[in-house]
Design a protein around this ligand. Structure first.
Ligand SMILES: NC(=O)c1ccc[n+]([C@@H]2O[C@H](COP(=O)([O-])OP(=O)(O)OC[C@H]3O[C@@H](n4cnc5c(N)ncnc54)[C@H](O)[C@@H]3O)[C@@H](O)[C@H]2O)c1
Length: 331
């Protein structure tokens, strides 16, 4: 089946080609899907999208006119697709529901450890032959309370890792996991209680209307002074301007982000020769207790292989008109 693959990067093209084994006719594009690039899918029956692509209502209209019948998402999250509009246009959508929750949970842990032990600062100092330890003091994770918001696939793996570090775990989710309570002594509570008691807060819920700006001025006000906040889920979960205020007042002592509200068009691309137009991320980058990675938590060999194999499987199933089990619809 002729398929246009948007947002192809050097890091994922080989895994897609390996999984495809020449079955589908793939048209690789380095561009993101936007209303300006949608026309490049002409002649394809399907498209494959990355989390940075824009499948909003207006873009779907263009794709529909071109005859696109299927969207294979190379991601678990689907907040970048207008599912209601896709259903109205009879464009089917499937995703990769799980490719490696370990990849994201382990990157979350890497951010926690790097921020706590000030690894970036330490590395830069040593490279300049400055072997002083002043300003590098961290804290023991053992015995600390970590608030995990969202204990699905990724949150559960993180709970297991944190338990290994000797942390106490508070959690918030619309569904409690008996397994996590029994195995790791997780205590479920509401978001406000979690904010009040956690030394570290990590976000693992999907972005939807009910979770947009979950971390806002009010929740930040409840947090412990010097709290560490980590977001490897979706940028929109956090009100970035409120977080900047929290950093300025030292309420937030550490911030680790793999995702950012306005990351579209910024993350995944080399802008090193450009003038940065986004004043909010520019301000974030001025704090020495902020560590930002550009949406790389998923980036392991295992995850790339699994994403590619499931994406090709989803294309196979659509072509044969059989269910893949990975379809997503409005509810
Ligand atoms: N940074 C990355 O590279 C990367 C990669 C993959 C996924 N993600 C993000 O991680 C998120 C979590 O992924 P997952 O695989 O663990 O998903 P999941 O569906 O397994 O878990 C999500 C959990 O959130 C809970 N939840 C949903 N709505 C909620 C609400 N309003 N309040 C409280 N809890 C709620 C669900 O009950 C579920 O337990 C994804 O939605 C995606 O945005 C990021």
């Amino acid at each position: 089946m002729k398929t246009t693959i948007y947002s192809t990067h050097k890091f994922d093209k080989p895994s897609i080609e390996n999984a495809n084994k020449g079955k589908h006719q793939l048209n690789f594009l380095e561009f993101r899907l936007t209303k300006e690039t949608a026309l490049l899918a002409e002649g394809s029956k399907a498209i494959a999208l990355f989390s940075s692509d824009d499948a909003s209502s207006e873009v779907l209209d263009i794709l529909h006119k071109l005859g696109i019948k299927f969207i294979a998402l190379r991601s678990a999250g689907f907040n970048h697709v207008d599912l209601e509009k896709a259903a109205e246009l009879n464009i089917k959508v499937a995703r990769v529901p799980a490719y490696s929750p370990y990849a994201i949970a382990e990157h979350t842990m890497a951010l926690i450890l790097a921020l706590n032990r000030r690894l970036i600062k330490a590395h830069n100092r040593v490279r300049e032959q400055n072997f002083s330890l002043n300003g590098l003091t961290g804290f023991d994770l053992n015995g600390k309370t970590v608030g995990v918001i969202g204990t699905g696939k990724i949150g559960s793996v993180l709970v297991k890792i944190l338990h290994g570090f000797g942390c106490n775990i508070l959690a918030q989710d619309i569904e409690e996991s008996k397994d996590l309570i029994d195995k790791y002594g997780v205590i479920y509570s509401d978001c406000a209680t979690l904010c009040k008691h956690a030394d570290i807060i990590s976000l693992h819920v999907p972005l939807k209307a009910s979770t947009k700006h979950l971390i806002n001025k009010e929740h930040i006000a409840l947090m412990k002074s010097g709290v560490m906040l980590i977001n490897t889920s979706r940028g929109g979960l956090v009100d970035t301007k409120a977080v900047i205020e929290g950093l300025k007042t030292k309420k937030i002592g550490y911030l680790g982000l793999d995702v950012y509200e306005e990351e579209e068009g910024l993350f995944f691309e080399d802008h090193s020769d450009d003038i940065l137009q986004d004043d909010v991320i520019a301000r974030l980058m001025t704090f020495n207790n902020v560590l930002i990675t550009s949406h790389q938590a998923f980036l392991t060999k295992t995850a790339l292989t699994n994403i590619a194999e499931t994406t090709i499987y989803n294309l196979d199933c659509f072509e044969k008109q059989k269910p893949s089990g990975n379809e997503i619809s409005i509810n």
